[in-house]
Design a protein around this ligand. Structure first.
Ligand code: 3HC
Length: 694
């Protein structure tokens, strides 16, 4: 049963008991209404307390029910709140830990509210692409004031209960046991004559509501960009201010029903669950014991190693940072300090915190100092010989049970593990640059990686606030293996008739943070060049455009050399189309005997995004990624894929795999079509009328 009912000292106590966070799914809603009716019919009961078992009062509507018949099956949350508000016996919400979304809306329907300090209070619906749909946009402004409510609703950010203590939201803050105090309070109000207060009856008071709402509208226009929900939040609040509670409520409902159907909301919900699903590994149960990580070692104090070290000291974990040369070590430590001080200048860190973090850093030139570390991550030069040296050395000095991680982005992790006598302790931790900023962490599972090593690394990832996604061993792992196909298409399109600026513009309009050419100029064109040179040796059958090689042969490595696909003025990052490069591209087409044609923006987007989809499907076919949402999380958190499209695999589902497969076959029949044979999974799912996500 999702709801427990008990009578305590003449007070009915309705306890939501639907783990993990007392989501207001159908059975929970049913239980609440039944509880209120039981209390109504029991003459010995004078009042009701509603509370939550476990780790939350309530995390809100059950998101897994959205777009299913259960979401609208009576009693809906509206019906539940009506029953609460309409109860002749007063109802007290006893709030602790978390009151979010529908959970807070339920509490706002109660006549009184008691809360513990430290509870997270929020209407976070906007983060799921919707708006509070059970009266939140109408009742919260009446309880905490227009400005506070609007900020909470438009941002979705939680506020601690004690910060709202002076408002009408809470009748009292519990100092001792919440339930004891709530029952005591309920007895008191139960002894009073009704009617009991309803939030809906209060006025929204503000000296200049119209002006404030207009101000909010202007601010939201710049931050909400492609998302419709923040605008609708303001519209709904405004409807209540102008037209009163009932009309505001009806308008809110209308907006909710429309928003829940939007692709943006689907994408945001997909990302919410995708993030949580990424942490679950099918054959590594959550009960797997984890190893204790009290000290971390990082080998290499370059940009990557330094960024990695920052993550751990930020989380309060001491780091031993190893370099081979004194000057490189000093440079690395100085860069870390500079980064922290830059954050302090921006007001993100206090100077004490900077010193605290620097004090956690122990620079060294000696491998022996790594003997105490429980987790050691190497971030040295990307060459197997160099890694071999490091891992053989680590095998000698690391204590038994220490986890040995490689930050390799392209090398074979199994080969690296084989350099040690403890391959079960070896794992890949592929950070993305800048490692202290980027959320993505690819956790590479070697053939022999032990389950407790994986479980530990996933837990550590959480501690350092990364989105960790498990990848099997293959060239490029999930993210880089897919991006290679995307870049191949971009280069083919240059040969066929497009120019870098057009391709970048088209994909940026689709929503990518940066197109492939601007991105490559930023990262350095020499990186891709080195990879292609290796490919020409290892996979001579793979067909590549050679235009990027020409660019590199001309020394145009990107921003760092003052020119790449674009020109850059000294000290500036603005990408200016380059006549020299555009001429080079046109000449290259001529050399190849290709008649250049106009390529539409739609074709550009299709070829770039579907190339990711096809490679992603192959990655699933091979078991390198275990679920489509993992691939989406990699692209949302590491590659600037637009959040409102939910990642390449969800986007393919939105387009429909039948259409995606047809497009792939069309491109397969054209020159440069060798990459386009649809992956088995694409063909099978398209034939079944299904998507990657069901
Ligand atoms: N519905 C269904 N499942 C939910 C949920 C919800 N509203 N909120 C959380 N969960 C699940 C998570 O998926 C996760 O499941 P798992 O263990 O199987 O992976 C589990 O609860 C725990 O979640 P977290 O890992 O996020 O745990 P934390 O303790 O870090 O955070 C939380 C708890 C603060 C409640 C966080 O989960 C959260 O922010 N949840 C979303 C809350 C939300 O957006 N509520 C609004 C819902 S929409 C709504 O109410 C509409 C209404 O206006 C009509």
């Amino acid at each position: 049963m999702a709801v427990d009912y008990a009578v305590r000292d003449g007070i009915a106590v309705i306890t939501l008991d639907n783990p993990p966070v007392n989501g207001l799914g159908h059975s929970t809603r049913l239980g609440i209404v039944e509880g209120i009716e039981r209390a109504r019919d029991d003459a010995s009961v004078s009042a009701v307390v509603i509370t939550g078992a476990g780790r939350a009062f309530s995390g809100g509507a059950d998101i897994t029910e959205f777009n299913t018949p259960k979401a609208t099956q009576e009693p809906t949350l509206h019906t539940v709140i009506k029953a609460v508000e309409g109860s002749a016996k007063p109802i007290v919400a006893a709030i602790h830990s978390v009151a979010m979304g529908g959970g807070l809306e339920l509490a706002l329907g109660a006549h009184y509210r008691v809360a513990t300090p430290g509870a997270q209070i929020a209407l976070p619906e906007v983060k799921l692409g919707i708006l509070p749909g059970a009266g939140g946009t109408q009742r919260l402004p009446r309880a905490v004031g227009l400005e506070t409510a609007l900020n909470m609703i438009v941002s979705g950010t939680p506020v601690l209960s004690e910060k709202l203590a002076g408002t009408a939201l809470f009748d009292r803050m519990a100092e001792g046991d919440l339930l004891d105090e709530a029952v005591k309070f309920a007895k008191q109000v139960g002894a009073q004559d009704g009617p009991h207060p309803k939030v809906r009856d209060s006025a929204i008071e503000h000296p200049n509501a119209e002006g404030f709402i207009q101000f909010a509208r202007n601010s939201v226009a710049t931050i909400a960009k492609a998302f419709p929900a923040p605008h609708k939040c303001i519209d709904a609040i405004e409807a209540g201010v102008k037209n009163g509670f009932d009309r505001g409520l009806a308008f809110e409902r209308e907006c909710f029903l429309a928003l829940v159907q939007t692709p943006e909301s689907r994408a945001l919900r997909h990302a919410f669950f995708g993030e949580r699903a990424a942490g679950k590994i099918a054959d590594v149960p959550s009960s797997t014991p984890v190893r204790k990580i009290a000290r971390v070692g990082v080998i290499g104090a370059g940009m990557m190693g330094g960024g990695i070290a920052m993550n751990f000291v930020n989380a309060g974990l001491p780091v031993t940072l190893l370099e081979t040369k004194q000057d490189a070590l000093e440079r690395g430590v100085a860069t870390i300090r500079k980064n922290f001080e830059a954050q302090a200048k921006k007001g993100k860190l206090t100077t004490e915190k900077v010193e605290e973090r620097m004090a956690l850093l122990k620079p060294t030139l000696s491998y022996d100092d790594l003997a105490e570390a429980d987790l050691i991550i190497e971030a040295v030069f990307e060459e197997l010989g160099v890694k071999e040296h490091v891992f053989r050395k680590l095998d000698e000095v690391a204590k038994p049970g220490a986890i040995l991680a490689s930050n390799t982005s392209t090398l074979d992790l199994n080969a690296i593990a084989a350099f040690t006598k403890r391959p079960e302790d070896v794992v890949g931790m592929h950070f993305f640059s800048p490692a202290n900023v980027m959320k993505l962490l690819e956790v590479v599972r070697g053939e022999k990686t032990a389950k407790d090593v994986l479980a530990t690394v996933m837990q550590v990832a959480k501690q350092i606030k990364k989105t960790a996604v498990v990848s099997g061993v293959c060239d490029g792992f999930i993210g880089n293996r897919m991006i290679e196909q995307y870049v191949r298409q971009a280069l083919f399109m240059l040969d066929e008739g497009a120019l870098p600026a057009q391709i970048d513009r088209a994909i940026e309009k689709f929503g990518f943070a940066m197109g492939p050419f601007r991105m490559s100029d930023l990262a350095g064109n020499d990186i891709g060049w080195a990879i292609r040179k290796r490919r020409y040796q290892e996979q001579p059958e793979l067909h590549y455009s050679r235009i990027a090689d020409r660019l590199c042969e001309a020394g145009r490595f990107g921003q760092k050399t003052g020119g790449g696909w674009y020109d850059y003025q000294a000290g500036e990052r603005n990408a200016l189309p380059s006549k020299l490069v555009d001429d080079m591209i046109v000449a290259h087409s001529k050399e190849l005997g290709i008649g250049r044609r106009k390529i539409s923006d739609d074709e550009i987007v299709e070829r770039l995004v579907f190339s990711l989809v096809n490679e992603g499907a192959k990655i699933l076919d091979e078991g390198i990624a275990s679920k489509a949402s993992d691939i989406d999380m990699v692209y949302l958190t590491g590659y600037g894929f637009p959040l409102y499209r939910g990642g390449p695999m969800l986007y393919a589902d939105t387009v429909g795999l039948y259409n995606v497969e047809r497009a792939m076959r069309k491109y397969a029949a054209r020159p440069n079509g060798d990459a386009w044979a649809p992956a088995k999974r694409v063909t099978e799912l398209a034939a079944q009328g299904k998507g990657f996500n069901g």
